[in-house]
Ligand binder design. Structure first.
Ligand code: IMP
Ligand code: MG
Length: 178
């Protein structure tokens, strides 16, 4: 049994977009350095490509989080499975995500990093699903705004599969239910 995946955004389109996000970040952080904090596992592919396109000094770190219980009913409380190694106090950080959906995960992480004394906190995401937002959160750097469809590839998974697809695709519903 194999799922049918429809291509939504091609590899070339994603790469071109990341290049322009990198240029934008490089301009915005001119004369400074920036710390990228990638949220595992999904953000890892986007994060590495983005870091390569930034020309100011870049420091990278990762953390792994999961939301408590059923995400559609979650209180917005996030469990930290793995924390970053470096302190963020006084640093200019960008939290890097694969996709912003309800916005709860990032809302929590921004509060956390604010509490830890980061100098500035921005958000970079490859994809944005604004229709699904339940908190007031607008990513500073967003690759593509997409409709409310479940996507895979470029780090994003369906039951841990398809993270390695080099394009962003939609798992067709008929196949998904099997
Ligand atoms: P939020 O807290 O609802 O914004 O959760 C965002 C997280 O949900 C992302 O980091 C993804 O891990 C996951 N997610 C949301 N939408 C999708 C999707 O369409 N495909 C794969 N993962 C998704
Ligand atoms: Mg994620």
């Amino acid at each position: 049994m194999s799922d049918t995946i429809r291509v939504m955004i091609t590899e070339e389109e994603v790469e071109e977009k990341i290049r322009s996000l990198g240029e934008q970040i490089s301009r915005d952080y001119e004369g400074k350095s920036v710390m990228l904090i990638g949220i595992l596992k999904g953000a890892s592919f986007f994060m590495c490509e983005l870091a390569k396109r930034i020309t100011v000094p870049v420091f990278i770190d990762f953390m792994s989080v999961s939301s408590y219980g059923n995400s559609s009913k979650s209180s917005g409380v996030v469990r930290i499975n793995m924390d970053i190694n470096e302190p963020v106090e006084g640093k200019d950080i960008i939290i890097v995500e694969d996709i912003v959906d309800t916005g709860r995960t990032l809302n929590y992480l921004m509060e956390l990093m604010r509490g830890r004394g980061a100098n500035s906190i921005k958000i970079a995401t490859l994809l944005d699903k604004p229709d699904r937002r339940v908190v007031d959160l607008i990513p500073d750097y967003a690759g593509f705004s997409i409709p409310n469809e479940f996507v895979v590839g470029w780090g994003m998974d369906y039951a841990q599969k398809y993270r390695n697809l080099p394009y962003v695709g939609v798992v067709e519903m008929e196949a998904k239910d099997k």
